[in-house]
Write a protein that binds this ligand. Sequence first.
Ligand code: 23J
Ligand code: MN
Length: 264
Amino acid sequence: MTKPADALSAVTAGILNGTIRVVDLTVPLEPATPVIRLPPQFSPSNAFSLTEISHYDDRGPAWYWNNFACGEHTGTHFDAPIHWVTGKDYPNNATHSIPVDRFIGPACVIDVAEGTRANSDFLLTIPVIEAWEARHGRIPAHAWVLVRTDWSKRTDPKQFLNIKDDGPHTPGIHPKCVPFLAKERDILGIGVETVGTDAGQAATFDPMFPCHTIMHGANRFGLASLTNLDKLPPTGAIVIAPPLKIVNGSGSPLRVLALVPNGG
Ligand code: 23J
Ligand code: MN
């Protein structure tokens, strides 16, 4: 049995000696960072902006700093249960109150990049999860399920948002698959490479935005606009995803890191 202190020193040693890789799953946060586009009857979210306070100048001779502003759901970001009406009554459901152990968990990376290449409206279904489990083992409780679509390789915001006459076309999770993951697999939440955890066409689904409705209705989380999922093994990585401690926040931009055993 590993002593508790040894378990942690193995992690720091692994990071220093290269047996553990640290992979950044975060996209750059800047004014050009794509923001979700909702149907026109709904209020929009602001893009990221930066305004300089001083830059080693008259306004502050020895210091550089900025004010920044953005919607809580901008760039790589965390969705808390309070974000959705179905999750509004859970205790400890906002960014400041979620128990912090729930920000860290093993990653199960499900690769559906091929399906997504053929179909921008691709939805992850239960049979795909079951096929993944037959190869890699059952998804453990308290896991982050990361859906690799390679969508983050679309670096042109137009291609990334993929908005057509009838709205955005981006992949997502099948409504039936969400309760399976939340309840039958007891996951922390789902992470995706697209601008939101729901499919682009999810405003037209019944219920509308089913991934948000069901995932937050089960007191689980979301991670959106992830990148570098292609650098992760199917199992074996640990994801660290703590949002900002915004009081009563529905989510926040964050840095998402994965610890990956080298060779994994
Ligand atoms: C509000 C309404 C619909 C959606 C979203 C936000 C998100 O995707 C989000 O970032 O949480 S689909
Ligand atoms: Mn969000």
